[in-house]
Design a protein around this ligand. Structure first.
Ligand SMILES: [Zn+2]
Length: 316
């Protein structure tokens, strides 16, 4: 849990994660001293927010509920972190109700399908990306979307196709109306007409981008998720089309945020578009030195190699 929180930098994200970080740290200490690893709300509050005057259990329960809701999103990253560290267990949140209630982390075995059996080690000077699933858009609609992974089913495929057909028809009707009215109009063009036409063209141009987006998703299997589809608090989220079986029929759509630790400055590396410099590619950029600490990004092997010559020279 400590390693996962550290690479993803989640520990500083919110107070709920601070609680988790505290719990993980205290658990590790107690394990080393061979003591009980169960904690009261009072224990956890003392480490995270000693100055808050609220009653400890009232302070902790919304934070704990938040962590429980987020837990499905960590599974893949935790499993992969475990494999990297060579352990067969991942931590799971646990609570014994009672007065006082006791909070703890228990070790459960890594689910068989959660991560590849072997993890490609990061090359010298390169990085290893850790995935963190992100709740899919409209996660409030269905609990199933909370883990950020949506099963790619025939139903979903037809819904998506149906949506595209409807949007296309609406666009065609709009174009037809514009032409139809345009031909019938005999008065001189007013400013309102010009603005109307400009707006129409903008709408049609806007429609082109979802097409390009879907095309890239199906062709390349991974794209940067458009910001309208991701939570405001998170950027640099990728949308992946994952296929589980050989005949490509069953799969899932996953919203994933990949992070790594920059080997040069210890900053956080996030996935970004390669823009004009690395056209058609997704790359990892360090937050501290976004122009120079640049790495390749491969969502299958999850490793990145340095893309700047200076970086290669530095490690030689
Ligand atoms: Zn860096």
């Amino acid at each position: 849990m400590r390693a996962f929180l550290e690479t993803t930098r989640l520990e500083r994200k919110s107070q709920a994660y601070e609680v988790l970080s505290e719990l993980a740290l205290r658990t590790l200490e107690r394990v080393n001293q061979a003591q009980s690893t169960e904690f009261t709300a009072q224990n956890l509050k003392a480490g995270v927010a000693p100055d808050v005057t609220k009653d400890p259990s009232g302070w902790l329960s919304p934070l704990w509920a938040k962590l429980l809701a987020l837990e499905p999103q960590w599974q893949e990253g935790l499993a992969e972190t475990a494999r990297t560290l060579g352990v067969e267990f991942i931590p799971k949140l646990g609570k014994h109700p009672g007065s006082p209630a006791l909070y703890y982390l228990e070790a459960v075995s890594v689910p068989a399908d959660a991560a590849p059996l072997s993890v490609t080690p990061a090359p010298a000077g390169g990085v290893h990306y850790t995935p963190e699933a992100v709740a899919a858009p409209a996660a409030w609609l269905s609990g199933a979307l909370k883990s950020g992974v949506v099963r790619w089913t025939t139903g979903l495929r037809w819904t998506l196709l149906g949506g595209i057909v409807v949007v296309t028809l609406v666009a065609l009707v709009f174009v037809w109306l514009m032409l139809y009215l345009g031909v019938r109009t005999t008065r001189p063009l007013s400013l309102a007409d010009v603005l109307g036409i400009a707006l129409g063209i903008a709408v049609i141009a806007g429609l082109a981008s979802p097409y390009r987006f879907l095309n890239e998703l199906f062709d390349l299997r991974i794209v940067l998720a458009p910001s309208v589809l991701t939570p405001i608090s998170l950027d640099n989220v990728t949308l992946e089309m994952r296929r589980r079986d050989a005949d490509d029929e069953v799969g899932e759509l996953a919203f994933v945020r990949y992070t790594a630790v920059c080997p040069i400055c210890d900053g956080q590396v996030l996935v970004d578009s390669g823009r004009s410099e690395f056209p058609g590619r997704l790359i990892g950029r360090c937050r501290r030195s976004a122009r120079e600490h640049v790495f390749s990004f491969d969502h299958v092997s999850r490793i990145g190699v340095p893309l700047r010559d200076a970086m290669k020279g530095a490690r030689a």
